[in-house]
Design a binder for this molecule. Structure first.
Ligand code: FAD
Length: 529
């Protein structure tokens, strides 16, 4: 699909007539591209950097119903999120997995256990299932002896789900492209075209491939959607829109499982400010998150965890698991993301609403906020808002599958364990058999202790629109987060497999390897290292 020539080909075809241009290649843009192509609209998605390089690869990776919205009486929103979670679990097997949560209840907790229990009953009812359970204190002590016991009253189990956020976005984009959509990464919108009336009618697009940065084209379309997340105000600013968004950073610490032997998620209240904290297994690591602070740094630099945030999360982890004696030196990696919320000036950032918004200003449609889990709801709301501008007024309904059925039978004869097979199907969908077919001897083995296979690197380098090494190691694969030292010790082997697929000479490889190493040390590890 994205072979060696696709980028050139795509630039040559940008003058095709479009019904819709989507700016931003995160989950919001991907969802809109997917839904729009499903309804036969000629849709172009453009992304300034790599697909999903914004917030959508830096989320907590939970596909969740939003239990905490219940506390604010937002039942419709919880219902919607729970339904989307169930749908993703159903159609995204191998990519979206159920995740059991345990919420210990302590004396002096902000929310008494019985209120939480009532919330869980409602949560289950909204999902049409009965999965929550109460554990008495003794049971909790027997099963999770490393958990804080002081003041423990009981515990509650409930279920949500987790995913690989970057792969989810990529799969949605790939399925949209197979359905006739066009998506281009490393293509930045540097201005908006306007009619005499002032209405937006297109974009000015600049190539971000260092080899072609002089390439600029103007592209017209009756509808332009701004799905640039935390950058949405920048785009609105091009047509004189005033600042409406507040950028909040959430950061995470990642531990190796040998330091935190957890097979399910734990959620509890932070001892300092009573914010919810989650500690959960993900891709053979343990993630602790998240913070919620105003992001005052330059939005065009990679977001990083601050020392204060690292300490805040460390306090939480030590509080939850006193016997594990956790230390900042145990941290495997870190990552941070920035979300956009509508700025209402609340003192506590966590009190700002997480709901998505759709604004139409001078023909520019901005869709932002919301969450990964509800991408389809956002996409359909956006298309509904602009439907009157679209040729033929396409019908919108949710009766179709969110993700296409992968070819289960195609991998049956492959010498892989069933969970690995399922994982390939989930991550690569229709392309899973090609990933296996492209593999060379020994490449169907795991990379170190991670779930990833060497073959996935070859496939991604060959066919997944990789332009820089961090595209490959941070988002096509997640070695930057899950591997010791971000996978840097394996760079020579990675080079053997991928350099020729990428078409890079030795000096380009060297340059990319140095840039990746620097990026990892600056933004994905603790700076004290
Ligand atoms: P982004 O993913 O940021 O995409 C916007 C894209 O626009 C970027 O890739 C950017 O490069 C591109 N862009 C910007 N300017 C231009 C331009 N000029 N031209 C072209 N492209 C441009 N949700 C959940 O459901 N579950 C979770 O567990 C969860 N955890 C979260 C944890 C944190 C810390 C944060 C911050 C959010 C979390 N969310 C979660 C919310 C979810 O991650 C976000 O709502 C979602 O990723 C936003 O997606 P987006 O596509 O709107 O923005």
């Amino acid at each position: 699909m994205w072979d060696a020539e696709w980028r050139e080909r795509t630039w040559e075809q940008l003058h095709a007539p479009w019904d819709l241009i989507v700016i931003g290649g995160g989950i919001t843009g991907a969802g809109i591209l997917r839904e729009a192509t499903r309804f036969g609209l000629r849709t172009l998605l453009v992304e300034r950097a790599d697909f999903t390089s914004g917030t959508s690869s830096r989320s907590s990776k939970l596909v969740h119903g939003g239990l905490r919205y219940l506390k604010n009486g937002q039942i419709r929103m919880t219902y919607e999120s729970v339904r989307e979670r169930e749908n993703l679990l159903h159609t995204g097997r191998g990519l979206v997995y159920p995740l059991g949560f345990l919420m210990p209840s302590y004396k002096n907790d902000k929310i008494p256990g019985w209120i939480f229990h009532a919330g869980l009953i409602l949560y289950d009812l909204l999902a049409f299932k009965w999965a929550h359970q109460r554990y008495p204190a003794q049971d909790m002590q027997d099963r999770w002896p490393f958990l804080r016991q002081e003041g423990l009253i009981c515990g509650y189990r409930y279920f949500d789900a987790h995913t690989d956020d970057a792969r989810l976005v990529l799969r949605i984009i790939q399925e949209a492209v197979m359905d006739g959509g066009t998506a281009l990464n490393y293509a930045r919108v540097e201005d908006l075209l306007r009619r005499n009336t002032g209405e937006v009618c297109g974009i000015v697009l600049r190539d971000q491939d260092p080899a072609c940065s002089e390439r600029v084209v103007e592209i017209e379309a009756p509808v332009v959607i701004n799905a640039t997340g935390a950058w949405a105000d920048e785009m609105r600013n091009m047509i004189g829109g005033h600042r409406r968004l507040r950028q909040l950073r959430g950061s995470h610490l990642v531990f190796p499982t040998k330091k935190v032997p957890l097979s399910r998620a734990i959620s509890f209240w932070h001892p300092h400010d009573q914010r919810p904290v989650f500690i959960y297994p993900w891709e053979r690591t343990i993630i602790v998150g998240t913070t919620d602070v105003d992001h005052e740094e330059n939005l065009h630099s990679e977001p990083c965890i601050s020392a204060v945030e690292a300490e805040y999360l460390m306090v939480a982890a030590r509080y939850a698991f006193p016997p594990l004696d956790l230390n900042l030196k145990d941290v495997l990696s870190t990552f941070a993301g920035v979300r956009a919320v509508v700025d209402t000036g609340k003192e506590d950032p966590s009190k700002e609403s997480r709901e998505h918004v759709i604004w139409q200003e001078d023909g520019l449609v901005t869709v932002t906020g919301g969450k990964l889990t509800t991408f389809r709801v956002m996409a359909q709301d956006a298309l509904r808002a602009i439907r009157h501008l679209l040729p033929g007024h396409p019908p919108l309904n949710r009766k179709h599958r969110m993700l296409e059925d992968p070819p289960l039978e195609a991998l049956l004869d492959i010498d892989l364990d069933a969970p690995d097979r399922l994982r390939l199907l989930g991550r690569y969908g229709m392309h899973a058999p090609e990933v296996v077919a492209a593999s060379e001897r020994g490449e169907l083995e795991s990379i170190g202790d991670t779930h990833a296979l060497w073959a996935e690197l070859r496939w991604a380098a060959r066919s997944e629109a990789v332009l820089h090494l961090d595209d490959l190691l941070m988002r096509r694969q997640r070695l930057g987060i899950v591997a010791p030292k971000g996978g840097i010790p394996w760079l020579e082997k990675i080079r053997t497999i991928t350099q020729s697929e990428l078409g890079w000479d030795d000096s380009r490889w060297q340059q990319e390897a140095e840039a990746y190493t620097q990026l990892w040390h600056q933004c994905y590890s603790l700076q004290s290292e």
